[in-house]
Design a protein around this ligand. Structure first.
Ligand code: ATP
Ligand code: MG
Length: 441
């Protein structure tokens, strides 16, 4: 993409309405624009990041055996009346009437609809287990939308729903999602610590929230420093191996980690030596929940068991805040100059800077490099504008692409460009003819 032809409305100054760094940076970089409280348009740069995150989430869901569907944003109220949540949900639910005066709502979540879909599509225990998910916009009329996309009213969520015959089988489905979440967040360069969460009125069942650490997080967290030393990256796992999956879950849940709602100071002091106690703030990026037959019973989602009797299925739901992650990653990865994108979610991998636009030799060298990179499928943003070098450096640092390639007449005489790593700030000279090979990996 050529910057001269792109739509990147960068703001010079910090927007006054933004309280936290990710919100400030997303507005300054022209990633989003607010349309109403908690509702945003995604501008080209922001949308590229959102799509990358969404794709990582999708790949890891698929890998764990979940199957993608897509349900509508607007739902009929009927199913919610059956589960009892139409009344119970309160003011967070946006209620709508259609032209026939029928009650509709903008979905804040999809347990009812997916349970009904499942019930109509499956008859026998032989059709189990199944896990269905979608990545769709939700609306929750939050009392206090704030911090940009972190607490929006309209936001993008991945929500998956598992269906099993027994509690034990359901546990394995839950564990698979647990492990897939670790992998999903690790691929984005995040350590999202799983913390035991409130299970609400049905009680006794499993629930974990995944939180990334950031000073601006809304939750207070307490955990064992030992999490830092765990292997977050590379556990390759066979999701059908029930014991191997359970072992990863055990490893992660055996260490103390809790948000303030679940925190037990005495237990914390007993289990974690003083020098390993970490307290701080966290952002909830995912939440998994096992609720058994809470929805299958009222909605009649039953299958015929091996003994011929009909039984309600055991279910769980598994959410990831896809749009919240865009802000969360920025909170976890930035400096004074701007955003520092982890490569897997970066809007472009390389920012190509032409130091002397208008100079025939520099233009030609940049064009060649730009085309060669594009041909190899490298996402490159080419700053071909006629601007001061300082302004170009500032803009590139602000939008935080992982690599900058700086081309000017001086280096060109020796056939070289400068390559800067945004995260470390390290600069090195590189032969122009080797650059494509270097980035096209
Ligand atoms: P929170 O406690 O932050 O209000 P929640 O517990 O109500 O969230 P869940 O129902 O668990 O949310 O939704 C799954 C995920 O969706 C959350 O872990 C979070 O990442 C994301 N999410 C929830 N509410 C919002 C929101 N208002 N804006 C952006 N993302 C959200
Ligand atoms: Mg939650």
């Amino acid at each position: 993409m050529r910057l001269s032809q792109y739509f990147l409305p960068i703001l010079r100054d910090d927007p006054k309405e933004a309280e936290i760094v990710s919100h400030k940076l997303m507005l300054r970089c022209g990633m989003i624009r607010q349309e109403a409280a908690g509702s945003y348009s995604w501008l080209p740069l922001g949308l590229r990041v959102l799509r990358k995150i969404e794709q990582i989430v999708r790949e890891e869901q698929n890998r764990a055996g979940a199957i993608e569907v897509l349900m509508p944003t607007i739902q009929p109220a009927g199913l919610w009346r059956k589960s009892g949540r139409y009344e119970a949900y309160g003011k967070e639910m946006l209620r709508i009437k259609d032209r026939h005066d029928r009650d509709m709502l903008f979905g804040p979540t999809n347990e009812e609809m997916i349970t009904d879909i499942f019930a109509q599509g499956v008859q026998s225990y032989k059709d189990l287990p199944r896990n269905l998910y979608h990545i769709q916009w939700k609306f929750r009329d939050e009392v206090r939308p704030r911090f940009g996309v972190m607490r929006g009213r309209e936001f993008l969520m991945k929500d998956a729903y598992s269906f099993d015959l027994t509690r034990e089988a359901g546990q394995h489905s839950y564990n698979k999602m647990f492990v897939s979440y670790l992998k999903t967040f690790a691929r984005m360069g995040l350590k999202a610590v799983p913390m035991r969460a409130e299970t609400g009125p049905i009680g006794g069942k499993d629930s974990h929230e995944f939180l990334i650490l950031a000073d601006t997080g809304e939750s207070e967290v307490f955990f064992d420093r030992a999490f830092h030393d765990m292997d977050w990256q590379a556990f390759e796992i066979d999701y059908d191996d029930v014991e191997a999956v359970a072992k990863v879950v055990d490893d992660f849940t055996s260490k103390y980690a809790a948000t303030s709602e679940m925190h037990d100071q005495a237990d914390y002091e007993k289990r974690v030596p003083a020098d390993r106690r970490v307290t701080g703030r966290g952002i909830e990026v995912g939440h998994i929940f096992f609720f058994g037959t809470k929805y299958s019973e009222p909605l009649g989602a039953e299958v015929q068991g091996p003994d011929g009797k009909m039984v309600p299925v055991q279910s769980g739901s598994y959410g990831i805040g896809v749009s919240r992650l865009v802000g969360g990653i920025i909170e976890a990865s930035h400096d004074e100059a701007g955003i520092i994108w982890p490569e897997p979610v970066a809007p472009f991998k390389v920012g190509l800077i032409n130091l002397k636009a208008g100079d025939a030799g520099t233009d030609a060298a940049c064009e060649r490099l730009y085309h060669a990179l594009e041909c190899k499928g490298v996402d490159v943003l080419y700053d071909d504008r006629d601007e001061r070098a300082g302004a170009k450096f500032g803009a590139m640092d602000l939008i935080g692409l992982p690599w900058q390639v700086i081309v000017g007449p001086r280096g060109l005489k020796d056939g070289i460009a400068e390559v800067k790593n945004r995260r470390t700030g390290e600069r090195e000279n590189a032969a122009l003819d080797q650059l494509v090979g270097r980035f096209a990996r």
